[in-house]
Ligand binder design. Structure first.
Ligand SMILES: Cc1ncc(COP(=O)(O)O)c(C=O)c1O
Length: 355
């Protein structure tokens, strides 16, 4: 399907905010492009596909999204190539995860072509908002929430699907001081940690605030049962190079199956690097940090990109890792990822969706 096949009503703004936006001082999530996408789900189908000026929307105060958390989202990015081409990175993967989240929260599926076409159409309308500077991109935030106007702990019959976009620069500006979290839990088996549910992020706010108050940038969540195994970071999957092998926690129902994680594994596989997706114990990470076998550690995520871990705090000790600038794997990886996304090298896996 092409973007022509989805019947989208486009109403453009008369007052673009583009000229007054300071692209050199972007704070993540604070700047929105001129337009947004909106669609409604009712009577068992998606309808009313519209692109309208970015702005407030009217809703009943009784919607289940506000009371019982029937809400989830996605995050992906569009990049501008040197020749002016704009491409969205792997939107099909986000479409698939969107529906995994929808199913877990008893919400309706959104066909992949509607997901991809709505994003492509919106990015096309606001293509001048896609930044050109290195490490900058247009962040894309699709989300769905329940809109039935009554209180009842039952799945809503109506929903909205919306997409916002906004230009962003780097999410983290320095190597991360990371704490291994052994008190709080992000997700338990049988729960919905693998869904990009709004509630997962609400539950993480207090532990994250505590960690920040203690001077940390991020935490590595551990398993709910024993707090002995690494799961993921706050907004990124976590990956390690241990004794020459790329090691990362295998995905399960407590871990978000990251698109960046999947991409990193594919690139590492192309490079012939040994890979292990398995349970990763905190003990082996600490042991690796002590012995020097842990030569690389980073968060991998759409917003975070490849975020080097500078130090790991566990049981009262802080373990400092090597200078990120000297790390062979993540340096090469970060460059390769950027080269693909900005169209500087061949897109061998077909990851760039041209708008
Ligand atoms: C909890 C969590 N884990 C992992 C990730 C990484 O996923 P992705 O690479 O698809 O952005 C994210 C999203 O950015 C996240 O919020």
């Amino acid at each position: 399907m092409t973007t022509e096949t989805l019947d989208i009503k486009i109403t453009k703004t008369n007052h673009s905010r583009l000229a007054e936006t300071d692209f050199d001082n972007l704070v993540f999530g604070h700047t929105f492009a001129d337009h947004m996408f909106v669609a409604d789900y009712a009577d068992g189908e998606w309808k009313n596909f519209q692109i309208v000026p970015y702005g407030e929307i009217g809703l009943s105060p009784a919607i289940s999204a506000l009371h019982y958390g029937q809400a989830f989202f996605e995050g992906l990015k569009a990049y501008k190539h040197e020749d002016g081409t704009v491409s969205v990175f792997r939107p099909d993967k986000n479409a698939a995860r969107f529906n995994k989240s929808a199913q877990r929260l008893c919400m309706p599926d959104l066909p992949e072509d509607i997901f991809v076409q709505s994003i492509a159409a919106l990015v096309d309308v606001d293509r001048d908002w896609v930044p050109t500077a290195e490490n900058h991109s247009l962040y894309i935030r699709p989300f769905m929430f329940a809109t039935d106007p009554y209180l009842g702990v039952v799945p809503s019959k109506t929903y909205k699907f919306m997409v916002l976009t906004g230009p962003v620069g780097p999410y983290f500006s320095k190597p991360l001081r990371v704490k291994i979290e052994t008190e709080y839990t992000r997700a338990a088996e049988g729960g919905f940690g693998y869904a990009k549910a709004a509630g997962n992020y609400a539950g993480a706010m207090l532990p994250t605030r505590r960690a920040v108050e203690q001077g940390f940038d991020q935490m590595i969540w551990t398993d709910a049962k024993e707090h002995l195994y690494a799961e993921e970071m706050g907004a990124a999957n976590v990956m390690f190079v241990l004794d020459g092998t790329l090691v990362t926690p295998s995905t399960r129902d407590t871990i978000l199956d990251g698109v960046t994680r999947n991409t990193v594994l594919a690139i590492a596989r192309d490079w012939g690097m040994p890979i292990e997706e398995r349970r990763v114990s905190i003990a082996e990470i600490i042991e690796g940090a002590k012995s020097g076998k842990l030569t690389d550690a980073f968060g991998a995520g759409t917003a975070a990109t490849i975020a080097p871990v500078g130090s790991i705090f566990y049981e009262g000790e802080e373990y400092h890792l090597s200078d990120p600038a000297s790390r062979e794997f993540s340096t090469k990886l970060f460059k390769k990822l950027n080269d693909i996304r900005y169209g500087r090298v061949a897109d061998e896996h077909g990851w760039n969706y041209t708008v």
